[in-house]
Ligand binder design. Structure first.
Ligand code: F6P
Length: 321
């Protein structure tokens, strides 16, 4: 193996730069060149790449976003688009590709391997933490901290006005961010896509908390929960008449300086991805489970479901008395 390419794809996540840096520097240690592809698969399809040396990634470990830029590529969904990208990789003499992203990006990598025999390794980079084969994904820890900081601030105004706040957090179809934020933020209740809890149950929850003497409440809703925060807030107002406010945190959760846990995870997984390619692994994701580096077939990362932390869910319930 002589040349490795690296790209970031899909929604950006804090820590992606630390992963790129780890790929570039690990490869440099083996005397290999790295080609950085800009704008993910969109850029690969257009041949938008350049060589990256160890110094090119200096001063990036602490930066949010991705220096390589990212995109959600439509052209990559067609076999012609992928053939074009594969041709550019061959032209550049690339032997292996590291894809830092989430499940959509891993689908793209998987097809590239299946259709064109290009060796690919995935590095889990998404705030959603929704990939099987790794306990955490890069960006998740920072997103939880960002959302928690917002919840703490909302609590001040909720308490001052004796109001109910319904806060929506990201996570696409998964409730991992919501559950962590609910426990760490001392929320009254949490609504998750993984739970079949009807929205009307919120009325009783709010009435009970008022009868227990609580003057204000924070309710966390995962964006994947049917109806989202607006649906939960409407149910509260209809069922109780209480003054309720909604705060949808949105893309702020994707930004900011990565916390140390994301930088460390990204450094380890970027390094592991290069080792994996050198060892001849392909069509797999490098993840960390129980502190160990593991490689999981890319298709399993989206086919197998990563369950919620059920103990934490129980804990959230027990502590909101
Ligand atoms: O996958 C990361 C994520 O931020 C999800 O939590 C969210 O549903 C989605 O991306 C938003 O995507 P976009 O940036 O394309 O609006």
């Amino acid at each position: 193996m002589k040349r490795i390419a690296v790209l970031t794809s899909g929604g950006d996540a804090p820590g992606m730069n630390a992963a790129v840096r780890a790929v570039v520097r690990t490869a440099a240690g083996y005397g290999q060149e790295v080609v950085g592809v800009r704008r993910g698969f969109q850029g690969l399809h257009q041949g938008d790449m350049r060589l990256l040396g160890a110094r090119d990634v200096a001063n990036t470990i602490q930066r949010g976003g991705t220096i390589l830029l990212t995109a959600r590529s439509h052209t990559w969904r067609s076999p012609e688009g992928r053939a074009q990208g594969a041709a550019f990789l061959r032209e550049w003499g690339v032997d292996g590709l590291v894809v830092i992203g989430g499940d959509g990006s891993f689908h793209g990598a998987h097809y590239l391997y299946q259709e064109h025999g290009i060796n690919v390794i995935g590095v889990p980079g998404t705030i959603d933490n929704d990939l099987y084969g790794t306990d955490h994904t890069i960006g998740y820890f920072t997103a939880v901290e960002t959302a928690l900081d917002a919840v703490d601030k909302l609590r001040d105004t909720a308490a001052s006005h004796e109001r109910i706040f319904v806060v929506e957090v990201m996570g696409r179809h998964a409730g991992h961010i919501a559950l962590d934020v609910a426990v760490a933020g001392g929320a009254e209740e949490v609504f998750l896509p993984e739970e079949e809890k009807h929205v009307s149950s919120v009325v009783e929850i709010v009435q009970q908390s008022v009868s227990k003497g609580k003057a204000s409440s924070i309710i966390i809703v995962a964006e994947g929960y049917p109806g989202g925060a607006l649906g939960v807030a409407a149910a509260i107002e209809e069922g109780t008449g209480f003054d309720t406010r909604v705060s949808i945190l949105g893309h702020i959760q994707r930004g900011g300086t990565p916390v140390s846990s994301d930088r460390i995870l990204a450094s380890r997984l970027g390094e592991a991805a290069v080792h994996g390619l050198i060892e001849g692994r392909t069509d797999v994701m490098a993840g960390r489970m129980n502190g160990e580096i593991v490689f999981t077939p890319l298709s399993e990362t989206w086919e197998k479901r990563k369950d919620l932390n059920r103990d934490l869910y129980r804990c959230a319930k027990n502590l909101s008395v």
